[in-house]
Design a protein around this ligand. Structure first.
Ligand SMILES: Cc1cc2nc3c(=O)[nH]c(=O)nc-3n(C[C@H](O)[C@H](O)[C@H](O)COP(=O)(O)O)c2cc1C
Length: 343
C-alpha cells in the first residue's frame, strides 16, 4: 500500500494516472485505469470531424455510467487548438449541472498552452467553488512551473523530454526536471510523466518528490486502449532510439521514426516553429493533420506515431489492471529494497 499526497487528493488506491493522448480517443483506457485503482484521463479529441466539447461530454457521460471512480479530462490550451475557447466556457457548465460528473470528474489537466486560460473562465471559477475538482497543468521547465503557480494551479505534471507526443522547446529530461522542480517547489503537488513504465520508475519518481506517475506509451500497449493494433504492435520490439523529436501541430513532438516523422524535422526554437507555421499553406496544414487520422486508422508508415522513449522498457501488450498491479508490486519491492540499504 502506497499513500501519497496525490492518492489522498483524489481518493485513489494507486498513484498511477493514464496520460492524455489527444487527438485520439482514450475513453476505454480511462475507464479501465480508473476501475483498476488509478486515475484515467479523457483526451482532448479533435481528429477530423469531431467536436471536442461534444466528445468530452459524451465521454464523461460514458464514464459516470460505467464507474463510480474519479477520472479526469485534458484541454489543450494552445492558440492553435480548434474549439479551445468553447471548451473552457462550456465544459465547466456541463459538469456544474451534473452532480455525478461534478463528483467524479475531479482532475482538470490543461497543457500545450497557457495555464491561465481555464482558471480565468468565470464558469470554471464557479465550478471550483462548488466542487472538489483540482486543476493541474503540464510544466516542462522550472520557469513554466512558476507560471502555473501564478495561475493558482493545485499541482503540476512534470513532463520531461523522453515522453511521447507533445513536447516543449526545453528538452530537459524527466530525471533532471523533477529534481529541479522539487528543489524549487517542494510543497507543490507533482505528477511525474515521461519515460515511466515500471515499478522501479514509480519508486524513483516518488523518491524525487512526485506523488504519482502518468503514463502514455505504457498504456497504449494495453488491451483496452483504443489505438490501432498496428500502432500497439510497434511498442514491444521498439527501442528508445526508434523515437525522436519532430514538428507537431503544437510545437515539438516525440514520434516513432517513420516516413512522416523524417519529413518533419523538429524546430529548434519557438521562433523557428512560428516561422514554419507562417510558411506552410492551409493545404499543407490540413495534410499534416491528416497524419493523425491516418495513424488512428492503422497507417503507421505515413501517419504520425506518437510514442516515448519508454517503449524501450515495454515488452508486452497487457490488460490495464495487470499493468497497474505489477507496477505497484514492483514499486513496493523497490522501496523495501531501498529501505534495506539503510544501516
Ligand atoms: C499518442 C499520444 C498522444 C498525446 N497527446 C497529448 C495530448 O493531447 N495532451 C497532452 O497534454 N499530452 C499528450 N501526450 C503526452 C502524454 O500526455 C504524456 O506526456 C506522454 O505520453 C508521457 O510519456 P510516455 O509516453 O513515456 O509515458 C501524448 C502522448 C502520446 C503518446
Amino acid at each position: 500500500m502506497i499513500e501519497t499526497n496525490i492518492t489522498k487528493m483524489f481518493g485513489l488506491k494507486y498513484p498511477i494516472f493514464s496520460a492524455p493522448m489527444g487527438p485520439f480517443f482514450t475513453r476505454n483506457l480511462a475507464l479501465a485505469t480508473s476501475e483498476a485503482g488509478g486515475l484515467g484521463v479523457l483526451s482532448n479529441v479533435n481528429i477530423v470531424g469531431t467536436n471536442p466539447v461534444e466528445e468530452h461530454k459524451a465521454s464523461m457521460e460514458y464514464m459516470i455510467e460505467h464507474t463510480d471512480k474519479p477520472f479526469g479530462l485534458n484541454i489543450l490550451t494552445s492558440r492553435n487548438n480548434v474549439g479551445v475557447k468553447e471548451m473552457v466556457r462550456k465544459l465547466p457548465q456541463i459538469v456544474m449541472k451534473n452532480p455525478k460528473m461534478r463528483e467524479q470528474c475531479k482532475y482538470w489537466l490543461t497543457s500545450a498552452g497557457s495555464s491561465n486560460l481555464l482558471p480565468s473562465s468565470k464558469y470554471f471559477k464557479e465550478l471550483r467553488e462548488n466542487s472538489d475538482i483540482k486543476h493541474f497543468h503540464v510544466a516542462p521547465a522550472v520557469w513554466l512551473a512558476q507560471k502555473c503557480i501564478a495561475s493558482g494551479v493545485d499541482g503540476i505534471v512534470v513532463t520531461g523530454t523522453e515522453g511521447g507526443g507533445h513536447q516543449s522547446y526545453e528538452r530537459v529530461s524527466t530525471l533532471v526536471l523533477l529534481q529541479q522542480i522539487n528543489n524549487a517547489f517542494p510543497d507543490l503537488p507533482k505528477i511525474a510523466c515521461g519515460g515511466f513504465a515500471t515499478g522501479e520508475g514509480l519508486a524513483a519518481a516518488l523518491s524525487l518528490g512526485a506523488g504519482a506517475i502518468a503514463m502514455g506509451s505504457r498504456f497504449i500497449a494495453s488491451k483496452q486502449s483504443e489505438f490501432h493494433e498496428s500502432y500497439k504492435a510497434l511498442i514491444p520490439p521498439g527501442k528508445p532510439q526508434d523515437t525522436g523529436l519532430f514538428t507537431g501541430a503544437f510545437g515539438p513532438i516525440r514520434l516513432y521514426r517513420n516516413k512522416y516523422a523524417e519529413a518533419h524535422p523538429a524546430p529548434s526554437t519557438k521562433e523557428a516553429m512560428m516561422a514554419y507555421e507562417a510558411s506552410i499553406s492551409p493545404e499543407q496544414r490540413v495534410k499534416d493533420l491528416g497524419a493523425y487520422d491516418r495513424v488512428y486508422n492503422g497507417d503507421t508508415d505515413t501517419g504520425a506515431v506518437l510514442l516515448g522513449q519508454s517503449i524501450g522498457i515495454i515488452d508486452k501488450i497487457e490488460d490495464v489492471s495487470d499493468i497497474i498491479e505489477r507496477i505497484m508490486k514492483d514499486a513496493e519491492a523497490a522501496i523495501r529494497n531501498n529501505n534495506s540499504m539503510l544501516k
